[in-house]
Design a protein around this ligand. Sequence first.
Ligand code: XMP
Length: 333
Amino acid sequence: NWTMARFLDQEIARIRDLVGPEGQVLGAVSGGVDSTVAAKLMKEAIGDRFWAVLVNNGVMRLDECEQVERDLKQHLGINLTVVDASKDFLEGLKGLHDPEQKRKFIGGKFIDVFEAEAEKIEKAAEQSGKGTKIGFFLQGTLYPDVIESLSFKGPSATIKTHHNVGGLPERMTNGQGLQLIEPLRSLYKDEVRELGRTLGIHEELVMRHPFPGPGIAVRILGEVTEEKVRIARQADHIFISEIRKAGLYDQISQAYAAVDPSRAVGVMGDKRVYGYIIILRAVTTTDFMTAEAFNFPWEFLQRVMNRIVNEVNGVCRVTYDITSKPPGTIELE
Ligand code: XMP
């Protein structure tokens, strides 16, 4: 009979067999459930012969890069390199208003930064004495992704350019001649979470909401500026902290605070102010193809509104997006 512990043992044996006693593996991680579980599995199978790379693209959430580094390096013992390319990303995002252009830029830049780092790591790996040169590329593909790419493209995939689907694996396998390893390709999301628990990954990480590759850049309508990134981060942090405090995190599939670049007039103290509008979004869904807005208690929304207008400089209004999907998508762009 099938158990997660047995699946794990078999998968570790299969990877050891495939990679051999000397082979080395490269992979990108984001801090999300799938890439973290895949990375921890590699760590268990081949130790430091697995090399993980995290690219800081400047549009991750508040303190997220540091948090992911702590989780993966210290808590999970993964051989991780963090590349801080945030300045380059933010610089390149200047003047881009169109959602597709923003996505294309972030996806393309991500591949460039990753490839440059991969070269350095390949050299380091060769000289490390841990094994031979890197011959494999890890990808945290799940069963639903496999089905989607085989049969039809879901609305998100066709309407938007998902830079983590295609792109990098293609470049690493066909371009760099690395062999693809996809240990999660027979699993559904809830099975990946279960596998994560079996691997000793802590519950908060295992239950993390999905986060898009282009990050908060698709949660800032129009042009991304450093000021708007700061506002989106602070407001999002308040919203998510209050959701956790209220014990609602696991009832919600995805939640975030977005920035509307048009500004509204308000009055704070005895002063007239002109500030950005925050859009809160929280949805429940099983497959991310359709979704419903989460039904918060009114007092909860008031508490979040009060904290955001008081604590986040430059914001004078807070709205809650009640649109279902369809017609709305989960992200704003
Ligand atoms: P939408 O906005 O299309 O999102 O309803 C459905 C799910 O996909 C995520 N999403 C992305 N994930 N790169 C990603 O890695 C992307 O470009 C991207 N766009 C949307 C979104 O967060 C939601 O979980």
